[in-house]
Design a protein around this ligand. Structure first.
Ligand SMILES: Cc1cc2nc3c(=O)[nH]c(=O)nc-3n(C[C@H](O)[C@H](O)[C@H](O)COP(=O)(O)O)c2cc1C
Length: 312
């Protein structure tokens, strides 16, 4: 399938693996890009670690890839400089406005794709010169806003002329077909790629996603960022809500530091926050990145053709 997103990034499938702090390392990024999607490396950490990770991605793939910049990071200026020096093809941004960086990235020939929580902000990003925009609904895993993907995409499609990527809640081909029907020209998934064979998450984390239904996630305030985060629930998360109710946020937040690190390393449910979206309900099996992307696209095609028959 060709869309403005596949053309813009030079990729085979309009499927993007969203940047995920602590999760989207060089292995996952390169595997998604090698499978014909766009892998996005996370840049949370030092600028020098990012430089090494970018070089590692390049050892593993010669395909286009991106780097995600969390704009609330203290070393964002240094991170931006490394991205320019290493000639990264695509930058996606989260947690703030990339206003002060867009001109420098574009001057360096980098494609810029901010992640936004509403259609209004999507339009703002278009006016600032973004090449594409990821509209991320509150169904998503990780940090979230308040608008759903379903409500946001048609409005963003109406307001913007740049291509729109839908994120949040998309875990299978029916979700992809739905996003395209709403006006998106690409999808960004996080949760669906955590269960990939090439993702270095623990078995416990992958099982928690595969076994979850769409109603098995909860939203809590991340003590590190002060913003809302969606996670598949676990005994730790349930304990957080108990303590929150009985003793308040200052006590409850003490439980949550290190939950994602445990999910990645050991998957112990007593200590893990299995950060993931409502799309976990649609993610029902593991596989390689290639299997995940090709299955999604095949299911999407079948779902779209099924609709054509109904409307005829
Ligand atoms: C564990 C985890 C960490 C994430 N970290 C980031 C991040 O650092 N920067 C960012 O822009 N988005 C982040 N996200 C959001 C993803 O890039 C993606 O947009 C989102 O997962 C899409 O929704 P889905 O989970 O329903 O597929 C994260 C998501 C997850 C699940």
């Amino acid at each position: 399938m060709k869309t403005r997103i596949t053309e813009l990034f030079g990729i085979e499938y309009p499927v993007i693996q969203g940047g995920m702090a602590a999760v989207s390392d060089a292995d996952l990024t390169a595997a998604v890009s090698n499978a014909g999607g766009l892998g996005i490396l996370n840049s949370v950490g030092s600028a020098e670690a990012l430089r090494e990770n970018i070089r590692r991605v390049r050892e593993l793939t010669d395909k286009p890839f991106g780097v995600n910049v969390m704009l609330l990071m203290k070393n964002v200026e240094e991170i931006s400089q490394v991205i320019i020096e290493e000639k990264v093809p695509v930058v996606s941004t989260g947690a703030g406005s990339p206003k002060n960086f867009i001109a420098a990235w574009k001057a360096a020939g980098i494609k810029v794709m901010p992640v936004v929580p509403s259609a209004k902000v999507a339009k703002k990003m278009e006016d600032l010169g973004a090449d594409a925009v990821v509209c991320s609904g509150m169904e998503a895993g990780g940090h979230i806003g308040e608008v759903s993907t379903l409500a946001m995409i048609p409005v963003a499609h109406r307001l913007c002329t740049i291509p729109i990527v839908a994120a949040g809640g998309i875990g299978d081909g029916r979700g992809v077909a739905g996003a395209f029907a709403m006006g998106a020209e690409g999808v960004q998934c996080g949760t669906a790629f955590i269960v990939a064979d090439e993702c270095n998450a623990s078995d416990g984390y992958k099982d928690a996603i595969v076994n979850a239904l769409e109603s098995d996630t909860r939203v809590y305030r991340n003590p590190g960022t002060g913003r809302n985060v969606r996670t598949v629930t676990s005994p730790l998360v349930e304990k957080y809500f108990e303590v929150l109710k009985e003793e308040g946020y200052d006590k409850a937040k003490l439980l949550m530091g290190g939950g994602l690190a445990h999910a990645m390393k050991d998957g112990d449910p007593e200590q893990s926050t299995f950060m993931a979206g409502q799309s976990a309900g649609a993610v029902v099996r593991r596989g390689t990145c290639r299997e995940i992307i090709e299955r999604m696209m095949q299911e999407a095609r079948e779902a779209a053709l099924e609709q054509v028959e109904k409307w005829r």
